[in-house]
Ligand binder design. Structure first.
Ligand SMILES: *[C@@H]1O[C@H](CO)[C@@H](O)[C@H](O)[C@H]1NC(C)=O
Length: 296
């Protein structure tokens, strides 16, 4: 059992390993974190300006939901100020954003996705934070982001409060590929982030049944072949084949929020060099009676 766990962890850390030469500096990691915090801050501020308590109630939410979102919004503002303070003159400026929600319901659903990416981004980037004090501060923020995800997912949306025993980390490129879709323009004076951008991945279904077939599409400009769909869930990655029509079978045994991306290898360790597309978010909701291997 213990050996298996160690093997799983060894495999998992390899899964998220970026090439050593491209390891970002702590300043770059904090700039990346602040960029994501700006996005979250703008997301919550904008939605709360648009929707008052009555709008939330009209969308079917109890009256305490908006109050908690205000607290989340305040937390994000505090994270922004904290990171701006830590970065001083190296702090980037906010970008312009566009979020595709149209009412409180779609805002809440989107917040689960955005909040989850924020938390997964901190987790994945934590290995680059070599300074203990900075790591502690980042872990402290990460804990709050993850609790916020759990609250939105379970208390508000009545889905699972966690995705299993291990939280899914995202690489910097992976998380940024998801954040990018909401960023319309950034000040040209901003320092460049340590990210490579990938073609967007579209999936035919974002909450498919295990064993069913989905179709994916992305711009394979470099004609990478063969390609595989990598399913990131906790510290594990499951690979499925993609046929010539873009069809891929949905694995079983996935729980909660799962990230998928097209990669050029079906072997771990994977690195960012193996990424062919950006990531997409998939949901495999499971209820309180679900066993570990049962999605139903
Ligand atoms: C953001 O949008 C405003 C209004 O359209 C524009 O004036 C401003 O230049 C934009 N900022 C950036 C950083 O692109």
């Amino acid at each position: 059992m213990y050996t298996q766990l160690l093997l799983a962890l060894a495999g998992a850390s390899a899964v998220i390993a970026a090439p050593a030469q491209s390891a970002p500096s702590i300043t770059q990691v904090l700039q990346y974190a602040l960029s994501l915090e700006y996005l979250e801050n703008s997301f919550y501020t904008g939605a709360l300006e648009k929707y008052d308590t009555q709008a939330f109630i009209d969308s079917g939410f109890p009256d305490w939901v908006r109050g908690r979102f205000e607290q989340i919004s305040e937390n994000e503002q505090t994270h922004v100020k904290f990171l701006q303070g830590a970065l001083g003159a190296s702090a980037p400026q906010p970008c312009n954003y566009s979020f595709p929600y149209t009412d409180p319901k779609s805002f809440v659903t989107l917040s689960m996705g955005i909040e989850g990416v924020g938390a997964a981004a901190y987790l994945g980037a934590s290995k680059y934070i070599t300074d203990p004090g900075t790591l502690l501060a980042a872990a402290s923020i990460l804990s709050v982001e993850q609790r916020q995800v759990g609250w939105v997912s379970s208390a508000v949306l009545k889905h699972q409060p966690w995705d299993g025993a291990f939280q899914t980390p995202l690489t910097i490129n992976g998380a940024y590929s998801l954040a990018m879709q909401f960023i319309t323009s950034c000040p040209s004076s901003n320092p460049p982030l340590p990210v490579t951008t990938f073609p967007a991945l579209t999936v035919s279904e974002t909450s498919p049944q295990p064993g069913s077939t989905i179709t994916i599409s992305f711009n394979n400009a470099n004609n990478v072949s063969p390609t595989y769909l990598a399913w990131f869930n906790g510290l594990e990655v499951v690979f499925t084949n993609i046929d010539t029509n873009g069809a891929a079978q949905v694995p079983s045994g996935l729980h909660g929020t799962v990230y998928v991306g097209v990669v050029s290898s079906d072997q771990t360790p994977l690195s960012d060099a193996d990424m062919v597309s950006g990531l997409a978010i998939m949901q495999f909701p499971y209820d309180s009676m679900a066993s570990e291997t049962d999605n139903q």
